[in-house]
Write a protein that binds this ligand. Structure first.
Ligand SMILES: Cc1cc2nc3c(=O)[nH]c(=O)nc-3n(C[C@H](O)[C@H](O)[C@H](O)COP(=O)(O)OP(=O)(O)OC[C@H]3O[C@@H](n4cnc5c(N)ncnc54)[C@H](O)[C@@H]3O)c2cc1C
Length: 247
């Protein structure tokens, strides 16, 4: 899995602060400098004032201003299972690599069994891995080696069947039905800072599946570089607490 920030609103925290301050001032905010906008907020300098205001907004559930800055992420190599979970979030905009057009021609069947093409879950190689609703607990090395073999063989057979169906003239949009749910897909997604925190509330939580949790943690790392005051405060004071961003 690879996650990169493609584009994002410049000066996102100035936008958040300007939007929030707009609510409580009679003057037209666009005519003011940022320093003037923040004049009555507590803090020795403008950075401290940003921390005061953003912390106050998050702590008091005033989330609207966080809807103004947007970020676009490119995600490479998540499973279609993870993609299905991710795309349940209705306020995120998505573009998903299409298997009506992309036919996996460059994938070498010899590599498929070793984990190319489909995401291999950690439970296929880690005997101590315990997942949700698992029958039984940890297993021995021999059992996990058998899991890995069955998993790899199953993926390879699916890909061979897929290729055979294409050779028999079946359209890619129909031949893809035999491919596994673990097949890798690339996604571009855009969301605002409020939605990003909401996705993190749900998907960085311990009861979320490992793959979408890993994806969300990478998105959060990038968000912390893009919008540092907001996501530092979110990480320290909001995430995992009761003050979540949506009921
Ligand atoms: C651990 C876990 C297990 C899950 N298991 C399942 C499962 O077994 N089956 C399944 O189908 N889904 C499952 N989901 C998905 C989950 O039910 C949600 O559909 C998904 O997480 C989207 O989040 P959301 O409901 O907050 O909506 P989002 O689309 O992210 O919307 C954000 C917020 O906007 C508001 N909102 C958006 N649309 C509406 C609307 N139409 N009406 C009212 N309010 C709205 C809500 O406050 C919502 O919380 C699971 C999620 C998690 C994290």
């Amino acid at each position: 899995m690879n996650v990169r920030l493609l584009e994002a609103t410049e000066n996102p925290e100035e936008v958040i602060c300007r939007a929030a301050r707009n609510d409580y001032m009679s003057a037209f905010n666009a005519d003011m400098s940022f320093e003037e906008t923040m004049a009555t907020v507590d803090g020795d300098d403008v950075e401290a004032k940003k921390r005061t205001l953003i912390g106050h907004l998050l702590d008091h559930g005033h989330f609207g201003p966080f809807e103004h800055p947007y970020a676009t992420f490119a995600v490479e190599g998540i499973s279609r299972s993870c993609m299905a979970q991710l795309t349940r979030h209705r306020h995120v905009s998505f573009d998903v690599q299409s298997m009506r057009y992309v036919t996996l021609d460059d994938v070498d069947p010899a590599d498929v069994e070793a984990g190319e093409l489909a995401v291999v879950p950690p439970s296929a190689s880690d005997p101590d891995w315990i997942g949700r609703n698992q029958r039984g607990g940890a297993v021995d090395e021999e059992t996990v080696a058998r899991r890995a073999a069955v998993f790899g063989r199953s993926i390879r057979r699916s890909v061979e069947a897929y290729r055979e169906l294409l050779d028999l003239g079946m359209p890619p949009e129909d031949a893809r039905f035999v491919l596994p749910i673990g097949t890798e897909v690339n996604v571009v997604m855009t969301m605002n800072a409020r939605m990003l925190m909401h996705v993190a509330d749900m998907r960085a939580a311990a009861d979320s599946q490992w793959e979408i949790r890993a994806l969300t943690e990478r998105v959060l790392d990038l968000a912390a570089e893009w919008c540092p005051v907001t996501f530092d405060h979110y990480d320290e004071h909001v995430m995992g607490r009761k003050n979540r961003l949506a009921p």
